[in-house]
Design a protein around this ligand. Structure first.
Ligand SMILES: Nc1nc2c(ncn2[C@@H]2O[C@H](COP(=O)(O)OP(=O)(O)OP(=O)(O)O)[C@@H](O)[C@H]2O)c(=O)[nH]1
Length: 262
């Protein structure tokens, strides 16, 4: 295809006196004019489309930046909510722990013991071997408080808690039942085996010494029984308590066991 003349060349051709009488001159001039108009229209269209493309690009970039910021915000919120949830779980765990523990000695409290006892009764009703239950009470504890003060009394309770818990198996539970009373739950344990353990505990308490008051002698009395099939938990606890009373009346620092029924 022949190369088209530039605007200037075309202008020169049209104004050349040599072509002034050419009959096609007006037609070529009209074509040249139309060509100029169409080119300028095309250029205007291109400029408009370039600028709307620019607007579209910057709008897309804006959206991408917004999206990026939202993502970062979401990530931050997720991390905060994860941390919040972890804190809540920890707090719940601490609350549950506190609800089941005696704050002074760190032993299980009466509530936890009661829960475990109920589980044991349910286990026995499914035909599992019985559990032993012992109630221990510090002898003449009031005297310790009166002579050495309440803080020393508290220290004694903590040291006793350690001494009584020391020989227990992992499945056993030592709980503070109240003031200076402790309970031992020994799952899957007969009277004889439990009796041997309680005697070891009583001997260990006898040997316990406080560094601050080396002359102080501590003893505990204990009542022991074994759960009897079909009976209520209250009956078992009452029997252990009654044996403890007998041990106290018998002179303290001793173990009394409820005989097994015939
Ligand atoms: N330090 C201290 N003392 C307590 C606590 N709980 C109960 N006590 C005291 O324990 C004493 C129990 O006294 P009693 O029930 O008379 O019994 P006891 O002096 O041990 O005499 P026996 O049980 O008959 O050998 C009371 O003086 C209570 O104030 C405690 O958490 N800390």
């Amino acid at each position: 295809m022949a190369e088209l003349p530039s605007d200037e060349e075309l202008e020169q051709l049209l104004s050349d006196p040599e072509h002034q009488h050419n009959p096609l001159l007006p037609l070529v001039a009209a074509l040249a004019e139309r060509n100029r108009e169409q080119r300028s229209r095309l250029e205007r269209l291109l400029r408009i489309s370039d600028s709307s493309y620019g607007v579209a690009v910057s709008r897309t970039q804006d959206l991408l930046q917004q999206y990026d910021r939202q993502l970062k915000r979401l990530d931050k919120i997720t991390r905060i909510s994860d941390r919040y949830q972890r804190n809540l779980i920890e707090l719940n765990e601490q609350l549950r722990h506190a609800a089941l523990r005696d704050p002074l000695t760190g032993l299980a409290n009466r509530r936890q013991l009661t829960e475990r006892l109920q589980e044991e009764v349910a286990r026995c009703s499914r035909g599992q071997p019985a559990f032993a239950l012992a109630m221990l009470d510090v002898d003449h504890f009031k005297r310790i408080n009166d002579t050495h003060g309440h803080d020393t009394g508290d220290t004694v309770l903590c040291r006793l808690a350690e001494t009584i818990s020391a020989p227990l198996r992992s499945q056993d539970l030592c709980a503070r039942w109240g003031g200076e009373e402790f309970m031992l739950l020994l799952p899957h344990t007969g009277l004889e085996q439990a009796g041997a353990l309680l005697r070891r505990v009583i001997t260990a308490v006898r040997g316990l010494r406080l560094e601050t008051i080396p002359d102080l002698r501590l003893t505990v009395s204990a009542g022991l029984t074994v759960y009897r099939s079909q009976e209520s938990l209250e009956d078992t606890i009452r029997r252990a308590d009654s044996e403890l009373m007998t041990a106290k009346q018998g002179g303290r620092d001793r173990l009394n066991m409820a005989e097994l029924p015939e």
